[in-house]
Design a protein. Structure first.
Length: 279
């Protein structure tokens, strides 16, 4: 078995935790590799030397942001990711520090399921393209006031939102920015796409859930400066007045490892504080 280990070096003690995980895996006969830039520091073989081999899993040590970075930087690898949470709010990185080694044992013994989650693909009129595991966000950027964004679905006019922006979210991303903007929580394995306005001027403008095979056309209607488009908070594009940005379901899936000992609804209760008393 070959496992690629990725650690977020900005997290406290990430180096020592990564060494511990690497040693545990090697003791169990696993070949452990890592990103080339960390290979010497962790005394592990570099990923570049194994790209022609079958890599079984990626272990991400950080938070959800670390998983998103891996998904974008190594999109062609198509390897299931297990997330170990070194931060606070992690829905994809749901293995806590206190549960690292029992969770690794579960992984090695096959006590897991691989979830294949929907990804969305965006394309600008200039041919720039992106994909998103969580969301594609259209935002007013440097414009000081609300902007008008017209939405068509499969060529049919939906609405023109006067707002700070629009979030196009996957079910996996429904607990991220979309949730903060008032969007619904969707089961992450659901096949759907959510449109959530950001601070709309009209209170009746509400989120809407679409079928996954529908094409969303986003047109910037205001005569202002260009607005910004970001995919998972990473890739950035600009959209000029009158231009249309198209979003569709991507042809591939994002693969996430879920251990049998982990429960999505338990994670949801914990991360959103539902287990606490109302005050």
């Amino acid at each position: 078995m070959i496992i690629a280990l990725f650690a977020n070096e900005t997290k406290d003690h990430s180096h020592s935790f990564a060494l511990g995980v690497a040693n545990f895996l090697k003791e169990h006969g696993v070949t452990v590799i890592t990103e080339d830039r960390f290979a010497k520091k962790l005394n592990l073989p570099p990923l570049s030397e194994y790209l022609d081999k079958k890599i079984d899993f990626i272990i991400s040590m950080g938070g959800d942001g670390t998983i998103l970075r891996i998904a974008h930087k190594y999109e062609t690898l198509d390897i299931p990711i297990l997330g170990i949470n070194l931060g606070h709010l992690g829905f994809m990185a749901d293995v806590p520090l206190t549960d690292i080694y029992p969770s690794l044992q579960d992984l090695l013994s096959g006590a897991y399921k691989i979830h294949e989650r929907l990804i969305i693909h965006g394309e600008s009129p200039r041919g720039d393209s992106c994909f998103a595991v969580n969301d594609i966000v259209v935002h007013r950027g440097q414009n000081p006031s609300l902007v008008e964004i017209a939405i068509h679905v499969d060529g049919m006019y939906l609405n023109t939102f006067e707002a700070d922006g629009i979030i196009i979210s996957t079910p996996n991303g429904s607990t991220a920015y979309s949730l903060a903007a008032g969007g619904p929580i969707l089961s992450p394995d659901l096949e759907a796409i959510v449109i959530t306005p950001i601070s709309p001027h009209t209170i009746s403008n509400r989120p809407i859930v679409l079928m996954p095979n529908q094409e969303i056309q986003i047109q910037y209607s205001s005569e202002y400066d260009p607005i910004e488009i970001r995919a998972d908070g990473l890739e950035k594009f600009e959209l000029n007045t009158g231009e249309v940005f198209k979003i569709v379901r991507a042809p591939r899936k994002f693969k996430l490892v879920s251990l049998y000992r982990r429960d999505y609804f338990s994670t949801l209760r914990t991360k959103l504080g539902w287990a606490g008393k109302l005050r």
